[in-house]
Design a binder for this molecule. Structure first.
Ligand SMILES: [Zn+2]
Ligand SMILES: [Zn+2]
Length: 252
């Protein structure tokens, strides 16, 4: 069964500092996103500008139609100090194992620090996994599983602590501070297009005007994301951040 998704109506979230919603319309970002989709389809690479060697390389769009399936992409329309309009592009999470691709909004953390924190722990977790496969004693297995779970949880917490979000009021916050004291942080929070794009615009001193996100590639496993369709930023990971991130933007 195919679920028909609602078309994007822009993005926004509740700002605890102002006690109100901050909101961006789809505006001109919608048309620019359509052009970006056409470009991705035609050039078969996300390299900006496209280099022919990337069609077969890490930046090839073929990856989006394979076992890893598609991905969300985002476009943010901005205005600079002199009134010129410009567009920022973003993809969710990593692209084919890459956090950083020139021309696309970077993640909300320092990549070197991220590697320093994750590499040793991930090696330990992998090691434990290998031992687990060889272990025959059930109580030893149980113990290993508990340790592995604890390591993963601790790692997630340390990863979350690396994120820094900048908004248009000139404030910088951790994920925890941006979300507020409510629920625990969901996995993948801060890795979607909207937070990356807004943080990047704030860092560059650009005023955000409109934002859209679309899905590109093979339909996701739960059949809720279809190639070429527009979707609003997700409610579980993005919405809790958008109030903080949009705070201080001149156009809202
Ligand atoms: Zn999201
Ligand atoms: Zn605010």
């Amino acid at each position: 069964m195919t679920i028909t998704p609602p078309e994007s109506e822009g993005c926004g979230g509740f700002c605890r500092a102002c006690g109100t919603m901050h909101w961006l319309p789809p505006g001109s970002a919608r048309h620019e996103a359509q052009l970006l989709q056409d470009r991705l389809a035609k050039q078969r690479t996300i390299a900006l500008p496209p280099a022919s060697r990337d069609v077969e390389g890490n930046l090839s769009t073929a990856w989006l139609f394979g076992p890893q399936r598609g991905k969300m992409f985002g476009v943010l329309e901005c205005r600079d100090d002199e009134g010129r309009h410009t567009f920022l592009y973003g993809f969710s999470g990593q692209y084919n194992g890459l956090w950083l691709v020139p021309g696309w909004a970077p993640p909300l953390f320092d990549i070197d620090r991220f590697m320093e924190v994750t590499d040793p722990v991930e090696r330990r977790i992998k090691n434990l996994g290998r031992h687990l496969e060889q272990e025959t004693d059930s109580s030893a297995k149980k113990e290993m599983r508990t340790v592995r779970k604890r390591l993963s949880r601790q790692l997630m917490k340390r990863i979350h602590e690396l994120y820094r979000l900048k908004n248009f009021a000139g404030q910088t916050a951790t994920l925890e501070k941006a979300v507020g004291p409510a629920a625990p942080l969901p996995t993948g929070i801060g890795d979607c297009c909207a937070p990356k794009l807004l943080n990047q615009a704030a860092k560059l001193g650009l005023a955000p005007l409109s934002l859209v996100e679309f899905y590109f590639g093979r339909t996701n496993l739960s059949n809720t994301r279809l190639h070429g369709h527009f979707y609003p930023p997700c409610t579980d990971r993005c919405e809790p951040l958008l109030g903080f991130l949009l705070c201080g933007a001149a156009s809202i």
